[in-house]
Design a binder for this molecule. Structure first.
Ligand code: MTE
Ligand code: MO
Length: 527
């Protein structure tokens, strides 16, 4: 497949054969949007173009260590996919990375450069119950379209009685659509995936692009209009449909690549969910217009469901019967039993994840921290349960999950139907050396978390909801011998940390040694 070199971007070199491909921008005031859905001729053309290239291979980081760089992964093949499709999409990787610089905190952990996936520094995530827009994690499957608010509209069609085209201005007209504002946690179903990866590798585009730690979750106040009002405005569903069968399909303006084909980002939620005013068409995040990277000008926010349903850069809502057949809904975000793997996996033998289960994480201290303390260690973290449930109890353990201590109820942040709760705790710690800390949350239905990753491992590695575990090294200053050693090290100006550095001095003198050994009855038996 060697072909002539034509373009270079960001160190990405593509060999281009034949005519330079071109897909028109769809609408004035919209950049980086190609409407693929409903345009099979364009999809076919794109498929043919993509078939001409040898793209980068997916990185191997499951059986080998993850790179320690930031961005951790580069996403070269996704950059190449965009480059290959020519004019309207080829600059999207650069444009999207510019928005990361503009809109996100400078110290984000960039999990993937393009499509951009990033999570905030762990400790900061739980400093406040509201996640700032700059710190809120980002999960993109493609580039960031640039849409002028003034040129923006979305279509509502499919099996509604009166299809409508609605501009942002119209949606914001309060005499037409009442506003709704809710505190809602968005959690990517890949949160904490790295724990599953470390135990047993799996497969899939989602996971290969998103080896998340505990930060693919955030809590914000979202403001907009309940989708229920918009469906009513369209006259509801056509008479020959049972509303209980209906789903609302959301279309995002970004381009989604899967197995050599192109799509827009499309998912669906059932009417049942919409009917409860639990799906918002939101233009505001924490009192600010949505950042570009979070879906400006308009996105859906689906309360208590996996983040994947909260569609950014929304351009269309279609009323359909049953769930969407689009690949993101039908072929991704599936949860398999542990016996399913490469040899027997099928889309039909996983189930489609909607509600998020109860989960939690310790964000401070961090795994492998070495802590000098006076019998107590301060822990901080988050706890969340989807599907309209809320955390009622958080428990922490210092022995891997046998003895649990309850986080005092007044150390949990405010309750919301759809929000997480941050928590902190002075954990009593007597023991020294390496300790296995873990956390679990109970929700208001008394659901709690599986104890080990192994209990809930699944091939696509979604929903790592087992107890989050960290190892810490405890140095308890209230123990006389420890206090003595610490004082000695301080006097000699010998650093204690990291604990793995050998001490260059003797541990005790011979006189003390003899006294201590005698107390133990000597080294050897006397008779
Ligand atoms: N259009 C579009 N919407 C999208 C996505 C996307 O790639 N494109 N990613 C989804 C996923 S998987 C998640 S977890 C959330 C993340 O939302 P955030 O990036 O605003 O935090 O957006 C969802 N909505
Ligand atoms: Mo996600």
């Amino acid at each position: 497949m060697a072909i002539l070199s034509d373009e270079t971007r960001d160190g990405v070199k593509l060999e281009l054969r034949g005519a330079r491909p071109f897909f028109e921008e769809e609408r004035p005031g919209w950049k980086g949007f190609v409407e693929w859905e409903g345009h099979n001729e364009k999809k076919e053309k794109a498929k043919k173009i993509l078939a001409q290239y040898d793209f980068h291979k997916p990185p191997e980081f499951q059986l080998a260590p993850l790179p320690s760089s930031n961005p951790i992964l580069d996403g070269n093949r996704w950059k190449e996919y965009h480059l290959a499709l020519g004019a309207s999409l080829r600059d999207i990787p650069d444009i999207s990375w510019d928005y990361v610089q503009k809109e996100k905190a400078p110290d984000m952990l960039h999990v993937l450069q393009f499509p951009y996936n990033g999570e905030p520094p762990r400790r900061r995530l739980v400093e406040d119950e509201v996640t700032s827009n700059a710190d809120f994690f980002v999960r993109n499957h493609g580039g960031i379209p640039e849409i002028d608010a003034g040129s923006y509209f979305f279509d509502v069609d499919g099996f509604v009685k009166n299809p409508q085209r609605i501009s942002l201005q119209e949606l914001q007209n309060e005499s037409k659509f009442p506003r709704q504002s809710n505190v809602v946690t968005l959690q990517c179903s890949g949160t904490r995936r790295i724990e599953q990866i470390h135990e047993y590798p799996g497969d899939g585009d989602e996971l290969i692009n998103a080896p998340w730690s505990e930060g693919a979750i955030g809590n914000a106040r979202w403001t907009g209009v309940s989708l229920k009002k918009v469906i009513k405005y369209c006259g509801g569903f056509q008479d020959d449909f049972d509303p209980n069968d209906m789903h609302l399909e959301f279309y995002g303006a970004d381009t989604y690549f899967k197995k050599g084909e192109v799509y827009n980002y499309v998912v669906s939620v059932p009417w049942r969910k919409v009917k409860m005013n639990e799906v918002l068409l939101a233009w505001e995040m924490n009192g600010e217009p949505l950042p570009r990277i979070h879906g400006f000008p308009l996105r859906t926010v689906v309360f208590g469901y996996i983040g994947a349903r909260s569609t950014k850069w929304l351009y269309r809502i279609k009323a359909i019967k049953g769930p969407s057949r689009a690949p993101v809904q039908m072929k991704e975000y599936l949860y398999y039993t542990p016996q399913i793997g490469k040899h027997n996996v099928k889309y039909s033998n996983g189930f489609s994840i909607q509600d998020m289960p109860v989960s939690s994480a310790i964000m401070a201290p961090e795994d492998k921290d070495q802590i000098v303390h006076d019998g107590k260690i301060e822990l901080r973290g988050w706890a969340y349960s989807g599907g309209g449930h809320w955390p009622i109890k958080v428990e922490v353990s210092g022995d891997g999950g046998n003895i649990w201590y309850q986080v005092p109820p007044d150390r949990l942040s405010k309750k919301y139907f759809h929000g997480w709760r941050t928590w902190s705790m002075e954990m009593p710690v007597d023991a020294e050396g390496w300790l296995d800390f873990c956390v679990r949350c109970w929700d208001n239905s008394l659901n709690t978390q599986p104890t080990f990753v192994r209990s809930a491992w699944n091939w696509d590695m979604h929903v790592t909801s087992s107890c989050h575990r960290i190892k810490i090294f405890s140095v308890n200053r209230t123990k006389p011998d420890t206090a003595k050693r610490l004082k000695f090290l301080e006097e000699k100006r010998i650093p204690l940390l990291p604990i793995t550095q050998p001490l260059g001095v003797d541990l005790e003198d011979e006189e003390e040694y003899d006294q201590e050994v005698e107390k133990h009855g000597g080294r050897d038996p006397k008779e």
